[in-house]
Design a protein around this ligand. Structure first.
Ligand code: SF4
Length: 824
């Protein structure tokens, strides 16, 4: 049997006929659920709600960041309705849901869902879309044989597991590659290669990992007097934040949106700043200079809660008590290394005593100044950073960012004097190659003004923490190699990763759709073509699955049981199985069990799923606090015991110094392959984007700066084929400013070709005043067959900043032309 093409998308009417569930879905979409609700605090996992129906408490598994607690109503073994779970007490305002959640049943009962294993038809080209059905036995045999042969000939690292932004789970895998029982045990037992995601690491790596800053809980947004939506559109893309933004607005808060696109959030704002893409870092540094020059700093905060007074030597390292002969002591065990940390206290200059002393013992340290300590010239961190950023004056930033100088001054004044300020950061701040610098810069202006670590004051909106878990359950050893998947083209070309030989022969794609959702699609596809054998596991035939040799069907999230320790709400995401998996789908961990058996390493999965969940969740501490697996068995919305009112505000407990940090003493690259690390990785800094900057000579050929947007009908590519969502937004359209369109003879709805040296895409034009002239934007999440030709990610490249290995989603220049006969 050969399968080549998706049938046309179902209409709403078609869907109603297809599933007996539709009436229920429709009722839920309109009314949020018509049946009586049970108090979730008492609800059991599966609660009878009406004759023939029962409700299962679980969580929406879209990777949109919300992880909404969800109730799934099941009738006759089918999901008939999903809606937001009611939340008790003070958590009630966190109840939320969106159209992507309501339409999940359409994903489950999608007639085009992958139903059984598929093998590329022998003799057909990879990517040609010609498939034949195979039995699970044959598929597993073939995969195990290929993996076994590759390991025998080239070693464990020749098998690479590539994960991305899909659903998360401690059993079945996640973005971080091997942080799950299923993949972690398989990868570490084989010594295989982990290929991780590239997206969003500007913020994840720089802010969370290096600086240790998390942000306040989203409910704290209501305490802000000023809210800055920086580089995003929460009204559509982060609805879980938006409700609290609206509440703060009703209480009188000022709303500012900084974005090249005039979004729904911008429309509701008091001040809209149409910044040039990729220049936010320059704006932050100019704000810092204005705040310093105009005496708007909060010196008490800087002295007591930031690293500003710490003394730093000429080589960039801190002066510490060990410099005075005081032996460092042992600190708590690091959750990342598993080893004890070292405590070697920082030193400041005591203004009264006129000498260097341990920071914790000095009430009034000098913030500025050069000093001599032990015969060495030292200065305060603040002095050093202040001197390093002076070139970013308001006038200079005005030119770089294309914002009037007066507006930059106004922003700086508001930020410094109308706090507490909640800055809500989004992809616009982190999707240029080197945009990780933004997060040091943002930490610096927060440190100058006290806009962090207090109610209503945050550098970003945080999560509700991490549910404590036992990650040792994931590993049998260590991976053979671990790096960002975006390096695949380079590795396939050279057979090297730094000094290490790396000969990848088998590629396993899971937990996401890398060939649609990572930048540099064309280069990635060329690299995938060079791999001998490619497996992809997914619910649908995605852009990535199209390039595999074998595609394996996995269940929808409501058909499996799993757990995600990252908490978006105080209710950890325990994914409870609502219905049995459809067709022949098998979970990732069950597939891996079958392959491990064939490879003679079946003992790595020596427990059932339930037993593994117990192993992960039943830590001593969880059990002591009434948490662990049992808590979810009895009450599926069991609250995260480790999340408290106190932990709603990020008080810098996770930073190395316990203070707000904006300087990195020993900057370590995310992927270390022996590269040089520039000194500027230590401090607030601005540099042009890799490609998308105004003065780039390439603009003569490609004058438009490209970017993208997340919005309400997509979670990456997960909802790409959801019929009702495609009725609302059937196809991708490129936003282009009316003046740019006029110049090119492009009218509303024309078919246009957008192109650059990386590739091209053909799609319709959305001509609007709602985007800055010189900028175009294509929505994220559509699949290749939804473009007339090409793909958004054909316009981007795999180039990365080697320090934080962040993707180039918004970092491209392009030109747009009307297609011949483009008014069709
Ligand atoms: S897609 Fe996101 S916001 Fe929408 S229901 Fe699911 S978790 Fe909630």
């Amino acid at each position: 049997m050969s399968e080549t093409k998706r049938p046309p998308a179902l209409t709403r009417r078609g869907f109603l006929k297809t599933t007996g569930a539709a009436a229920g879905v429709a009722a839920a979409a309109g009314a949020g659920g018509a049946l009586p609700q049970l108090a979730p605090a008492q609800a059991s996992a599966s609660t009878v709600t009406a004759e023939g129906e029962h409700t299962v408490y679980t969580s929406c598994r879209g990777n949109c960041g919300s992880k909404c607690p969800t109730q799934v109503v099941v009738r006759e073994g089918k999901v008939v309705r999903v809606s937001a779970a009611e939340l008790p007490g003070d958590d009630a305002p966190r109840r939320r849901f969106c159209v992507k959640g309501y339409t999940q049943p359409q994903r489950i009962y999608d007639p085009d869902r992958l139903k059984y294993p598929l093998r590329r038809v022998e003799g057909s080209e990879r990517g040609a879309g010609e498939w034949e059905r195979v039995s699970w036995d044959d598929a597993i045999d073939e995969i195990a044989t290929k993996i076994g042969a590759a390991v025998q000939e080239y070693g464990g690292t020749s098998v690479a597991v590539w994960s991305s932004y899909g659903s998360y789970g401690v059993l079945n895998g996640c973005m971080a590659g091997y942080m799950s029982v299923g993949y972690g045990r398989f990868i570490t037992a084989l010594g295989a290669t982990v290929l991780g995601a590239g997206a969003d690491y500007a913020q994840i790596y720089e802010q969370s990992t290096l600086l240790g800053i998390s942000g306040n809980d989203q409910t704290d947004i209501v305490n802000a007097k000023t809210i800055m939506c920086w580089g995003g559109n929460p009204a559509e893309a982060y609805i879980h934040d938006w409700q609290f933004v609206c509440e703060a607005r009703e209480a009188g808060a000022k709303l500012i949106t900084i974005d090249p696109q005039y979004t729904a959030s911008a429309m509701h704002s008091d001040i809209y700043v149409p910044i040039r893409p990729g220049t936010d870092g320059a704006l932050m540094l100019a704000m810092a200079n204005y705040i310093i020059e105009n005496g708007l700093t909060d010196e008490d905060f800087m002295k007591s809660r930031t690293i500003s007074p710490f003394l730093v030597k000429e080589d960039g390292t801190y002066v510490r008590m060990s410099d005075f002969g005081v032996e460092p002591t042992q600190g708590p065990i690091s959750s990342t290394t598993g080893k004890p940390t070292t405590i070697d206290p920082n030193v400041v200059w005591d203004a009264q005593a006129g000498e260097a002393r341990q920071a914790s013992e000095v009430e009034n340290p000098e913030l500025l100044g050069f000093f001599e300590v032990n015969g060495q010239q030292v200065q305060t961190v603040y002095q050093k950073v202040k001197d390093l950023i002076t070139e970013y004056t308001v006038d200079k930033a005005s030119e770089i960012c294309d914002i009037p100088a007066e507006q930059i001054e106004e922003l700086a004044r508001i930020y410094a004097t109308e706090g507490p300020v909640a800055v809500l950061t989004f992809q616009g701040l982190g999707h240029h190659v080197n945009s990780h610098h933004n997060f040091k810069n943002l930490a610096f202006i927060a440190a100058l003004t006290g806009n962090a670590g207090k109610p209503g004051a945050m550098m970003t909106r945080g999560t509700c923490g991490m549910y404590p878990y036992n990650s040792k359950a994931y590993f049998m050893g260590t991976p053979g190699a671990s790096l960002t998947g975006m390096y695949l083209p380079q590795i396939m070309e050279t057979g090297k990763w730094g000094a290490q030989d790396l000969n990848i022969r088998v590629l396993w794609c899971c937990n996401g759709n890398v060939l649609s959702c990572e930048s540099g699609r064309a280069e990635l596809i060329e690299a995938v073509k060079k791999v001998d054998f490619v497996v992809c596991v997914d619910v649908n035939m995605t852009d990535t699955a199209q390039w595999a040799d074998i595609v394996l069907p996995i269940p929808h999230a409501y058909e499996t049981q799993d757990f995600d320790p990252v908490c978006a709400t105080p209710y950890p995401t325990f994914y409870r199985k609502a219905v049995d998996p459809l067709y022949e789908s098998k979970t990732d961990i069950d597939i891996l069990r079958l392959i491990a058996d064939k490879l003679g390493m079946g003992q790595i999965y020596d427990k059932t799923d339930d037993e593994f969940l117990h192993l992960v969740l039943d830590t001593e501490t969880n059990l002591a606090y009434g948490g662990g697996y049992q808590a979810f068995e009895n009450n599926t919305l069991g609250r995260n015991w480790s999340f408290s009112d106190a932990s709603k505000i990020d008080t810098f407990k996770s930073t190395a110094s316990g203070r707000l940090e904006y300087y990195i003493e020993k900057p370590a690259p995310r992927n270390n392959f022996g590269q040089e690390v520039a000194d500027y990785e230590r401090y607030p800094y601005y540099e042009n984007a890799h490609e998308a900057y105004w003065d780039n000579p390439l603009r003569e050929k490609y004058p438009l700066m490209g970017c993208s947007q997340h919005h309400k009908y997509h979670v990456h590519s997960q909802c790409a084929y959801t019929p009702w969502l495609r009725e609302l937004e059937p196809e991708p359209r490129i936003k282009i400013n009316a003046a740019d369109a006029r110049e090119r003879g492009i009218s509303q709805g024309d078919v246009v070709r957008v192109y650059n040296d990386h590739g091209y895409a053909v799609l319709k034009a959305l001509v609007t005043e709602g985007i800055k002239p010189g900028v175009v934007s294509i929505p994220h999440g559509f699949q290749a067959d939804q473009f007339i030709e090409g793909h958004t990610q054909d316009l981007t490249s795999v180039v990365m900043n080697d320090f934080c290995s962040n993707s180039a989603f918004y970092d491209f220049l392009c030109e747009v032309e009307r297609c011949e006969g483009g008014d069709r």
